[in-house]
Design a binder for this molecule. Structure first.
Ligand code: NDP
Length: 419
């Protein structure tokens, strides 16, 4: 029986909240708090009479640690689920530390303003020393390890699908399928169609930043960085069919390079259609993906935020999206002295998700793991003090929970390999 404060009420949070309400025996009380309180109130109204979970709502600007702290002190939750944006991660972690409460999120920290000189100096040093130039990385949150450990608290980072479930798949492969893992390819396929020429399936600003950044992969102990979208492969996905996929930098590579001993190569591929890529390139060429504020007729605007206001809200794609997602990991390695390949993945149907929780599968495949991660912390199946990514925790109870709450795994021992 627990009390949980959920920050954010966008596409992913709405799924996580609905799923928490399916497990009222654990999520006895939740407070939904976001920048726009109306979204929280509207969802609470929809759920009225349909769950035993007691729901309250609040307004909070989570960029302001003091506001989060005041809310935590008033509500006294056992756990804070940050399902707002990665920009708020550090402010919310600070508030949790100061109030003595466990923390979790679905994406690692990145700053809202990447032109901030203080942040940029650290970022440029990291690019030189580490060898990849994505705006997001774990170093900011890993720096809280000792503080959380000393406070006897847990912070669970990036508990969505990728990162999140993909790291649990790696921990599972390591625990049950291999003596040593040689290569990991993470494949994220969205075979869904929403009928728009251009829309993003989760927060447009975060999504477009991720996709337009240089790609990188881990090989023989170091990063190899390549221009954005320069490595393309075609893959035949179970229940989706053939899709073009492109190599991206992704945060779980950073943690897996540390937690999978002796791994020789880790890559991440995501599928994109030609229309998406053409629109993205044009928008980038005209400066619409820039995070640097500009003055327009006396008003300061950030181009990518203005673009976000023009694009469809990802939460509105649910009723129009058809097709399936297929996300998982392909491994090669050794078991009992023999070479082995193994593919573990999930297939999720956009329309089925909509029927269940009024959302498309991208928000579903992120919101369900967020709820299952919270379940692991609240039931103490995961009870390590400090700051952890999912690959550092026991995958078995988490994969069982995913099975129960809508994301069952599929396995293959002779998958097509990616060259
Ligand atoms: P949305 O943009 O749909 O929702 C974000 C929510 O956060 C909105 O309710 C927004 O409020 C709220 N918010 C934004 N800023 C603040 C603030 N300063 N204070 C309080 N609330 C705020 O995003 P998504 O639901 O698509 O994504 C949520 C998170 O999930 C993101 O961090 C994203 O990166 C992550 N994600 C992770 C994935 C994974 O597999 N690990 C996959 C997909 C997403 P308002 O309504 O006022 O805008």
């Amino acid at each position: 029986m627990s009390r949980v404060l959920i920050i954010g009420c966008g596409g992913v949070a709405q799924v996580a909240i609905r799923k928490c309400c399916q497990a009222s025996e654990v999520f006895e009380e939740i407070c939904i708090a976001s920048r726009t309180k109306k979204k929280c109130d509207d969802l609470a109204e929809k759920l009225k009479g349909k769950t035993a979970t007691k729901i309250t709502t609040a307004q909070v600007d989570a960029d302001d640690s003091a506001q989060v702290e005041a809310l935590i002190r008033a509500y006294k939750p056992d756990l804070v689920m940050n399902i707002a944006l990665p920009y708020q991660d550090l402010a919310i972690m600070d508030a949790c530390l100061s109030c003595g409460v466990n923390y979790m999120d679905t994406a690692n920290y990145e700053p809202e303003n990447t032109e901030d000189p203080a942040w940029r100096a650290i970022y440029e040093k990291r690019c030189r020393e580490e060898g990849f130039s994505a705006y997001f990385d774990y170093s900011w949150q890993w720096a809280y390890r000792e503080k959380f450990e000393k406070a006897g608290l847990t912070a669970l980072l990036g508990c969505g699908f990728d990162p999140g479930v993909t790291q649990a798949y790696c921990a599972y492969a390591r625990k049950h399928e291999f003596d040593s893992i040689k290569t990991i390819d993470i494949l994220d396929c969205n075979g869904g169609d929403h009928g728009y020429k251009f829309a993003t399936n989760f927060n447009p600003e975060v999504n477009l930043r991720e996709v337009s950044a240089p790609g990188s992969y881990w090989e023989n102990g170091h990063w190899v960085e390549v221009p954005a979208m320069s490595i393309k492969r075609v893959y035949d996905f179970d229940q989706v069919g053939q899709k073009d996929m492109y190599l991206l930098h992704h945060e779980e590579i950073e943690s897996l390079a540390k937690t999978i001993p002796g791994v020789e190569r880790i890559r991440f591929f995501m599928t994109f259609g030609e229309s998406y890529l053409t629109h993205m390139r044009c928008l980038e060429d005209v400066g619409m993906l820039s995070t640097a504020p500009i003055m327009y007729e006396g008003c300061e605007i950030v181009p990518i935020q203005f673009l976000k206001a023009l694009l469809p809200d990802p939460a509105s794609l649910g009723p129009r999206t058809k097709g399936k997602t297929n996300i998982g990991c392909i491994f090669t390695g050794l078991k009992d002295g023999k070479e082995k390949t193994y593919y573990i993945y999930n297939v999720c149907d956009h329309e089925e998700c909509y029927r269940e929780v009024e959302s498309q599968a991208i928000s579903y495949t992120t919101g369900v793991p967020a709820m299952c991660g919270a379940l692991m912390l609240l039931t103490k199946k995961w009870d390590k003090k400090g700051v952890y990514t999912v690959d550092e925790l026991d995958p078995d109870p988490f994969l069982e929970a995913l099975e129960t709450y809508g994301l069952p795994k599929k396995e293959s021992y002779c998958p097509e390999l990616v060259d």
